[in-house]
Write a protein that binds this ligand. Structure first.
Ligand code: 4NP
Length: 159
């Protein structure tokens, strides 16, 4: 059975689709695609059906990372289906935790901040780059590459 991993942010057009692309790129490079099913979702529904933000697609492309995800909103079923749900900031974490509480408190242990897997940063949240300057996308990608590497190392030690 593939391990099912869901990355979650607010709009599902910047941070979580990029995290999905970064993680997919990592497992592809290591020949581990058969071990993981990877997806992303937003806690909000404003961008449902949209491609990722063009600024994020371009910044990722420069690093050899392809972002193809189409935005969708997280559902209660996601909480049941996915093995691990990784949030970008405290607001997403609180929103997903509160969905889990609606179903079963046991689900809370599946939900973790992505940056808890980072080795390089003292930040606990991936900053939202949507309204910021272009450099924000590079900062986000640096954080995502580091934390996804840490995540894969931890999962590989278990799988
Ligand atoms: P994301 O960024 O949560 O990283 O996808 C955002 C995208 C859109 C909005 C907020 C954050 N928005 O308010 O429309």
């Amino acid at each position: 059975m593939k391990k099912q991993i869901l990355f979650v942010c607010l709009g599902n057009i910047c941070r979580s689709p990029a995290a999905e692309g970064v993680f997919l790129n990592l497992i592809k490079k290591k020949g581990l695609e058969h071990k993981y099913f990877v997806d992303s979702a937003g806690t909000g529904g404003w961008h449902v059906g949209h491609k990722a933000d063009a600024r994020m697609i371009m910044a990722a492309e420069k690093r050899g990372i392809n972002i193809t995800s189409i935005a969708r909103q997280i559902s209660l079923d996601d909480l049941k289906i996915f093995d691990l749900i990784l949030t970008m900031d405290n607001e997403n974490l609180a929103a997903v935790n509160s969905l889990a509480r609606e179903i079963d408190l046991k689900l809370l242990k599946k939900i973790k901040p992505l940056l808890s897997y980072s080795s390089k940063t003292s930040l606990s949240e991936v900053p939202d780059p949507y309204y910021g300057k272009n450099n924000g996308f590079e900062v986000v990608l640096d954080l995502l590459e580091d934390s996804c590497q840490g995540l894969l190392e931890e999962l590989s030690a278990k799988v």
